[in-house]
Design a binder for this molecule. Structure first.
Ligand SMILES: O=C(O)c1ccccc1N[C@@H]1O[C@H](COP(=O)(O)O)[C@@H](O)[C@H]1O
Length: 217
């Protein structure tokens, strides 16, 4: 039976793939502002993509340790619904960004083992949402979007003060099991709906959303 798992498709870069994600039922669309990422887009590109997104589908800006000038420039030009902080932003910086921009903030926390879980409790007291992602390997260029999963059993039956989203190495083949094991009601995917780094695939997007929502095929 179908469930109501909300899906975020991250790292969109073309109107075609934005439309495909919306048509397939994505609840969130992610735009990456991080020059090292193969999914990085300019502010002008993001504005053009965001303006046609229907009301009810949240437009999320993913940034990594962005300063106020960078956030000012993004938010002056792009109509956004949420900020995703995916770097080493402190609890204090999360609170500052929330207050300065008045938008919901989702803080990404990397998980590799038990010792990483305390950070979720801390950020959960200040962020509007948590993004529970795999910790990047040492020396990785990207703090996320590496297509790596973590051991989902680490967070089975854990809950935090803020709503949360599961990320990291999710694909159409593993997302149903990830949801079953963790109890996630929201999932986020980037690499798992691509056929090359940074190149989204319409069929993979639709297949991922069907699988996340428990629909066959
Ligand atoms: O997608 C990126 O390029 C990216 C760059 C910098 C930080 C985070 C990034 N993506 C986020 O990482 C997770 C997991 O991605 P994947 O599905 O394992 O590829 C996801 O939350 C993206 O939002």
């Amino acid at each position: 039976m179908a469930n109501e798992t909300k899906v975020k498709i991250c790292g969109l870069g073309t109107p075609h793939h934005v439309a495909a994600a919306v048509a397939a039922g994505a609840g969130y669309l992610g735009f990456v502002f991080f020059p090292k990422s193969p999914r990085n887009i300019s502010i002008a590109q993001a504005r053009d993509l965001a303006v046609d997104v229907p009301i009810g589908v949240a437009k999320v800006a993913l940034v990594v340790n962005a300063d106020n000038a960078t956030l000012d420039a993004i938010l002056e030009a792009v109509p956004l619904d949420m900020l995703q902080l995916h770097g080493s932003e402190t609890v204090e910086r999360v609170a500052e960004v929330k207050q300065r921009y008045g938008l919901p903030v989702m803080k990404a926390v990397g998980v590799a083992d038990e010792s990483d879980l305390a950070a979720l409790d801390e950020y959960g007291l200040v962020a509007d949402q948590l993004l529970v992602d795999a910790k990047p390997p040492k020396g990785a260029d990207l703090p996320g979007g590496n297509g790596l999963a973590f051991d989902w059993r680490l967070i089975a039956n854990r809950r935090w003060f803020a709503p949360w989203m599961l990320a990291g190495g999710l694909t159409a083949a593993n997302v149903a099991e990830a949801v079953r094991l963790t109890g996630a009601r929201q999932v986020d995917v980037s690499s798992g709906v691509e056929n090359a780094p940074g190149v989204k695939d319409e069929e993979l997007i639709a297949g991922f959303i069907r699988a996340a929502q428990g629909e066959a095929g």
